[in-house]
Design a binder for this molecule. Structure first.
Ligand code: DOR
Ligand code: ZN
Length: 347
């Protein structure tokens, strides 16, 4: 039985680090296990310009433990007034690696997102020209669409039309949560990929709602039925390079989660790799973990696979940290609901 697995240092292709005290508290958790991460720009106010991304990047580097070589891969928040020249310059300089599309109102801090997609067509065409990927939060926001259907409807009404009118645009469908999303990605040969989060491989909607409401499992897109979780698991463990890991680790202080109107987000950064090793082992696909966390994302973004390695070692159940103290208050760490046996060793 395999009890040690050495892989290139993983990348987290979808991560929220926040700012201020929270940034200082959570950044070391990711930097301990990942070499790079695609950094989400949904701060308040959002990271819209190249100059803002450069400043945010400096604050992230400042939050790293001394000597840690973690590389933040910056993104810009796409708005209806985004300047294509600023985007091109930030991409050309190597500062940014993607733009993030939030439909206005879809999720945490998405108020500045896109309402009228015609207004961003010029930017999308420029991105296609220069090969800069668009990361998409794939949910419609219309009040009349059921929250469990918002991803599937988004594909038909928004994502597919965008892709058709913008040939060559590279798109990442972020945090896919449905078999509809998996099927859509599988139907496209090139230029479309999907990130899958750790928590969506583990929980379904019962975990959030059955036997009492569990706010720490609430995230967006919300976890769906078990059949969808199974489709995500099959995709993640398939070895198909179109699916790769993006944790969407999204810390909120407990007071904001355990509330009458709780925030969306699961904080998975500290135990993501241990969770994923357990999940892939359970699926009989431990050999597919390396592609999912260390290779396919880098390939999609045109980055070299890390030369540094990391080892996962199986042993007695790990002591799982329940929560992380931050200057803003405690943040609960994602509880997978099963013991974790895979320890992360930085080689
Ligand atoms: O659960 C989520 N949390 N989904 C998102 O899309 C945003 C994120 C956040 O920023 O808290
Ligand atoms: Zn996110």
């Amino acid at each position: 039985m395999t009890d040690r697995l050495t892989i290139p240092l993983p990348d987290d292709m979808h991560l929220h680090l926040r700012d201020g005290a929270m940034l200082k508290a959570v950044t070391p958790a990711t930097a301990a296990h990942f070499g790079r991460a695609i950094i989400m720009p949904n701060l308040v106010p959002p990271v819209v310009t190249g100059a803002e991304a450069a400043e945010y990047r400096a604050r992230i580097l400042d939050a790293l433990p001394d000597g840690n070589p973690f590389e933040p891969l910056m993104t810009l928040y796409l708005t209806e007034t985004t300047d294509p020249d600023d985007v091109a310059a930030a991409a050309e300089s190597g500062l940014i690696h993607a733009l993030k599309l939030y439909p206005a109102g879809a999720t945490t801090n998405s108020a500045s997102g896109v309402r009228d997609f015609a207004k961003v067509q010029g930017v999308l065409e420029r991105m296609a020209e220069i090969g800069l990927p668009l990361c998409v939060h794939g949910e419609v926001t219309d009040a009349e669409i059921d929250i469990f259907d918002r991803e599937a409807v988004f594909i038909d009404r928004v994502l597919d039309p965008i892709r058709r009118r913008t040939p060559g645009l590279k798109v990442v469908m972020e945090h896919v949560t449905t078999s509809n999303g998996i099927d859509y990605i599988a139907s496209v040969e090139q230029g479309l990929a999907g990130t899958i989060t750790t928590h969506h491989l583990i929980i379904n909607r019962n975990h959030i709602l059955a036997g009492g409401i569990r706010p720490h499992y609430y995230c967006l897109p919300v976890a769906k039925r078990e059949e969808h979780r199974k489709a995500l698991l099959a995709a993640a463990t398939s070895g198909d390079p179109r699916y790769f890991s993006g944790t969407d680790s999204a810390p909120h202080v407990d007071a904001a989660k355990e509330s009458g109107c709780g925030c969306a987000g699961c904080f998975t950064a500290p135990n993501t790799l241990s969770c994923l090793a357990e999940v892939f082992e359970g699926a009989g696909a431990l050999d597919k973990l390396e592609g999912f966390v260390s290779r396919f994302g880098a390939d999609f973004y045109g980055l070299p696979v890390a030369s540094e390695t990391l080892t996962l070692e199986k042993g007695a159940p790990l002591e799982q940290p329940k929560s992380l103290e931050t200057g803003d208050g405690p943040v609960t760490v994602f509880d997978p609901g099963f013991p974790l046996h895979w320890r992360v060793i930085r080689d």
